[in-house]
Design a protein. Structure first.
Length: 248
């Protein structure tokens, strides 16, 4: 396994909302074994760029590559099946199902078998094994039988990542996974991200700058839709343009 392998990239991606340029000729690369943080003020274009990379919206121009293939014209489900997983700012769990059932449903979505509708989901060995595995990897095994709606905020965010992992992605797009967390929850999440990056390429959108500078291997800064800096954390922190525009 090549830990420096680029798994997700975009080149000269631009997107217009009417007369507004939301993303302006953005190019970046996300490699296996790294956390690449995408930062910027509200309205900087981060969400639009993430939506383009995940396939939710098409760019006005530019291209996106996933695992070495041009996926610019691919739908979101096709990119997900190919190895791209995403978590959202808003909770996407099933609150009335158990933690384990949430993960099993996610695993089943990865390998849909419409001809087996008659089969009891609990007897699906592949999805059951996948659910157990991701609960173990995310530290949620002990909470497996708890209804997801009863989880703490931090554990809900962990569950969302577990559900994402159940689809067997190689690339993770994580949109503000630390939002609303307390100090202990943040520490738990950062530890999890540190473990996950060994086998994945992670693109992280986050506003917690202390956390970003602790976990990120690469940081890209967006201002008005354009990249003003993309470098290792120390260089980004020392960049005068970044200090003026964002860090203060």
């Amino acid at each position: 396994m090549n830990l420096s392998e680029v798994l997700l990239s975009c080149s000269e991606v631009t997107h217009h909302w009417g007369g507004l340029v939301a993303v302006d000729r953005v190019s970046l690369q996300v490699s296996r074994g790294t956390v690449h943080a995408l930062i910027g003020t509200n309205g900087a274009g981060k969400s639009t760029l993430i939506n383009i990379l995940s396939g939710e919206i098409a760019p006005s121009s530019g291209s996106v590559e996933l695992l070495g293939r041009d996926v610019t014209a691919w739908s979101q489900p096709r990119r997900a099946i190919a190895g791209l997983g995403r978590s959202y700012q808003r909770s996407t769990i099933y609150p009335n199902f158990t933690v384990f059932e949430n993960c099993r449903l996610a695993a089943q979505a990865r390998t849909q078998r419409p001809w087996a509708l008659w089969r009891d989901a609990q007897r699906c060995e592949a999805s059951t094994a996948a659910a157990a595995d991701v609960l173990h990897r995310t530290g949620l095994t002990a909470l497996g039988e708890r209804h997801a709606g009863l989880l703490s905020h931090g554990h809900r965010r962990q569950l969302e990542i577990a559900m994402c992992l159940a689809t067997r992605p190689q690339v993770l797009l994580l949109d503000e996974p630390l939002a609303g967390m307390g100090a202990q929850e943040v520490e738990r999440m950062l530890a999890l991200l540190g473990e996950l990056k060994s086998k994945h390429a992670i693109l992280l959108v986050e506003h917690d700058m202390d956390a970003v500078f602790r976990i990120a291997d690469q940081i890209t800064v967006l201002v008005n839709g354009a990249v003003i800096a993309s470098d290792v954390p120390q260089a980004v922190r020392a960049n005068p343009e970044v200090q003026t525009a964002y860090l203060g």
